[in-house]
Design a protein. Structure first.
Length: 176
């Protein structure tokens, strides 16, 4: 099934995936608003992609959609490991790029934020190893031919499949 929202193209993939191809960054808020509408305290979103793929940009749009004040500039937490932003839900933005693996993640105390009443957005989640939560949304970002980016959202665990279904339903409705 192909869904069209503005100029973006959304398709459903295997295992409940939702795939968005966007030609400009101005199209990304369509997806992010749908994502923000289903987010609840305790949700975990893992962002995967090469350096410069758009992980922090997606997080900036998501923070905006969650009501984070524009005065709270959302930046990559590469050196600080984690930044917290206040909005409708607290956003815990982690960047694990500089960590060696799950032992470093544990020593930094970052998994404690998975139990907080906010949304955890994690860049470079491969560093989590066995600490990766069962219930999570994985978003893989890649450069696509003739498009700016391709975003593949893969629900993991029991919580995320119905949320991605609700996102797809929302995205299939005509926009004014």
């Amino acid at each position: 099934m192909t869904l069209h929202a503005n100029q973006s193209i959304f398709t459903r993939g295997a295992n409940g995936q939702l795939i968005m191809t966007c030609r400009t960054l101005e199209e990304l808020p369509t997806l992010v608003v749908a994502l923000a509408s289903v987010l609840e305290a305790g949700d975990i979103v893992l962002l995967q992609g090469e350096l410069g793929a758009g992980k922090t940009t997606l997080t900036q749009f998501l923070a905006q959609a969650l009501g984070v004040d524009p005065d709270q500039y959302v930046a990559s937490p590469s050196f600080g490991l984690m930044h917290e932003y206040s909005g409708r839900l607290p956003v815990f933005h982690m960047d694990l790029y500089r960590l060696g693996g799950e032992e470093d993640v544990e020593l930094a105390g970052l998994t404690d934020f998975f139990e907080q009443q906010g949304v955890c957005v994690v860049e470079w989640p491969d560093r989590l190893g066995s600490l990766t939560p069962d219930d999570r949304l994985e978003i893989h970002i890649e450069h696509a031919p003739s498009a700016t980016r391709r975003f593949t959202l893969t629900p993991r665990g029991q919580v995320w499949r119905p949320k991605v279904d609700r996102m797809a339903e929302s995205l299939s409705k005509p926009r004014n």
